[in-house]
Design a protein around this ligand. Structure first.
Ligand code: CTP
Length: 325
């Protein structure tokens, strides 16, 4: 498996993309749901791929040693299925016959800070969060409810010292349990996170399965090329589709009305600087290019935002920006 280097080019955004961060126009009008536009958007998306495959593989799909293609850099598309994976996978497709009227999809953008959106998020029927979102100390802004949570194994490195000490293992277990009963969505076929991190997560889960009965693991399946094709057709051409957009696909699969929070990849709002993540310190003033390059080199979140803004105006989804009071 080829490793990625740390070299990257700063992504430049044209001034027109930066202007598109101007959300006043969309906030002025009250948002109304457009059922037929939402159905149309969903139908088009699902003409590219089977959406259930992104929710999870099932134990029938996981043959050890079989090459899987999953989302990552276009240059590194194939990886092995880690051993032991099929034991942890659900036997049946998740959410096959379930539909929720309202869903909150919570990104981790700094726009959520001081938003008071927690109540609005928690009152939705189903809540999706990304990347082991930090909630302690932020509940007024981000809420407390979680039904699906993504977990990128590289978080073990950054926040849990690779689970090397028993103190870290206890901390990690407590944190996984703290979200309640939910689906933990782990992108296992992403080689740059190192198979070793994936294996550490799987081993940890197996060893502690008695304490993790409320946590259902899910590993997305083999639909990368089709997903990239779909987003490309929407003007989003990225090295790697963001976790938030992947979760938007899941939300589109099981929800009627999708409400987005924390999706705002711009360095300021209402002339005030905001951090990239709501848990980060506030940044000094930055351009959109600096803001996105410094933090996320694989994505073009401002391009994703252009699409989301368009969908908001069409009544397909609701983008919540600013405060929820
Ligand atoms: N997001 C956003 N604006 C930000 C930060 C995040 O729109 N300022 C959205 C993106 O869709 C992102 C998701 O919220 O994927 C989850 O946020 P985060 O955990 O910050 O994701 P990243 O680490 O940036 O990236 P990745 O998508 O690779 O997980």
């Amino acid at each position: 498996v080829q490793e990625l280097t740390d070299d990257y080019e700063e992504v430049e955004y044209s001034s027109s993309v930066q202007e598109k961060a101007d959300v006043d126009a969309i906030l002025q009008k009250p948002w109304t749901f457009n059922k037929s536009a939402a159905e149309e958007a969903r139908k088009e998306m699902f003409s590219y791929f089977n959406p259930y495959k992104i929710i999870t593989m099932t134990s029938d799909d996981a043959t050890v040693g079989q090459l899987q293609r999953f989302y990552h850099s276009k240059a590194i598309p194939m990886v092995d299925v880690p051993p032991g994976i099929s034991r942890l996978l659900p036997k049946k497709q998740l959410f096959r016959n379930t539909r929720y009227e309202t869903c909150a999809l919570v990104g981790n953008g700094g726009i959520l800070l001081n938003s008071s959106c927690g109540e609005s998020i928690d009152e939705k029927d189903f809540v999706i969060r990304c990347n082991f979102a930090e909630m302690e100390g932020f509940s007024a802004d981000v809420g407390t409810k979680t039904d699906v949570l993504t977990f990128n194994p590289s978080i073990l490195n950054r926040k849990f010292s690779k689970l090397k000490s028993s103190a870290m293992r206890t901390k990690f277990l407590k944190r996984i349990q703290s979200y309640g009963k939910y689906v933990l969505w782990v992108p296992v076929f992403t080689p740059h996170f190192l198979p070793i991190d994936v294996r550490t997560v799987l081993t940890f889960y197996e060893k502690n399965s008695n304490y993790l009965k409320d946590v259902q693991l899910a590993f997305p399946g083999n639909v990368l090329p089709e997903i990239l094709d779909f987003w490309m057709s929407k003007g989003v051409d990225e090295e790697r589709i963001s976790t938030g957009l992947l979760m938007y696909i899941i939300a589109s699969t099981i929800c009627d009305k999708i409400h987005l929070y924390g999706f705002y990849p711009f360095p300021e709002y209402n002339n005030k600087p905001i951090p990239y993540h709501y848990e980060d310190p506030v940044n000094k003033s930055m351009t959109t290019s600096e803001f996105n390059s410094n933090f996320r080199r694989f994505h073009r979140l401002p391009d994703e935002f252009v699409y989301l803004k368009k969908m908001h105006s069409a009544g397909v989804l609701q983008l919540n920006i600013g405060t929820c009071e």
